[in-house]
Design a protein around this ligand. Sequence first.
Ligand code: MN9
Length: 293
Amino acid sequence: MNTDMKGIFTALLTPFDKNDNVNEKELEKLVRHNVNMGASGFYVGGSTAEAFFLSTEERKLIMDVVKDTAPEKTLIAHIGSLREKEAHELSAHANKLGYKAISSVAPFYFKFTFEEIKGYYIRLAENSDIPMLVYHFPGFSGVNMGMGEISQFLSDDRFIGIKYTSNDFFTMEQCKSRFPDKVVYNGYDEMFLCGLSMGADGGIGSTYNFMADKFVRIQKLFDEGRISEAQEVQKEANRIISILCKIGVMPAEKEVLCQLGFDFGKCRPPFSSPNEEARDLIAKEIIPYVTAL
Ligand code: MN9
């Protein structure tokens, strides 16, 4: 496994301007802020980016902006779509831009069979010169795969690894132990330290947008064997994440960025916006504890 795949990968949020267009300037600013906080790379156009609320053109534009702003970083493009044609088009774009990998959530909603899901991944991987990172998120996709299914991907050269968002850490450990050359990313930020202890090479997360530095620190402390110090930083992050969960993670994350000085706008409907009480809570309990712009 390449060492440039290790570390902290911010699952970038998408800023919208007053006219509900992608705000390129603010996205550049967010990318630079994350580079300053020590992020190793970016997960571009994932669910955190509101991928399923974006047009194909908007998804391509976001890939362009991130590549132009941080060409030296490891970039992974989420190209997943229920419209497989769109997924292929986005994959071709990521290939052209020189992204390191493509990634996709499993086709969801219709309760596809595993053979159907596998067919989707294989067709995309086959048509791509860059490898595929499986995005495993049963809580949201409704697609639960065990080791039997996951190993059919990890044993295939066209697959680079898995973004693993589940609290079944036994299966995560099996992914890394049985396929040590593949990359395994922890998906739930609030359990990042658990993931590291079960073999994860790093994390891909939404809360990294404004506290990547805390997760860089957790991984560094973990690598140095300073586990109780790593626990302290994880606890600090988790106090913040518990507030985000109470408000609604993505709308709350955008509000944090607005209060930090980004012109970030709001999530697209049907997401709601934090009310006054929630905004006050963020101002008092989160902003003083995250890195200023
Ligand atoms: O990418 C994220 N998942 C989603 C992973 O937001 C859909 C996580 O960063 C969670 O938001 C976070 C809070 O539960 O761990």
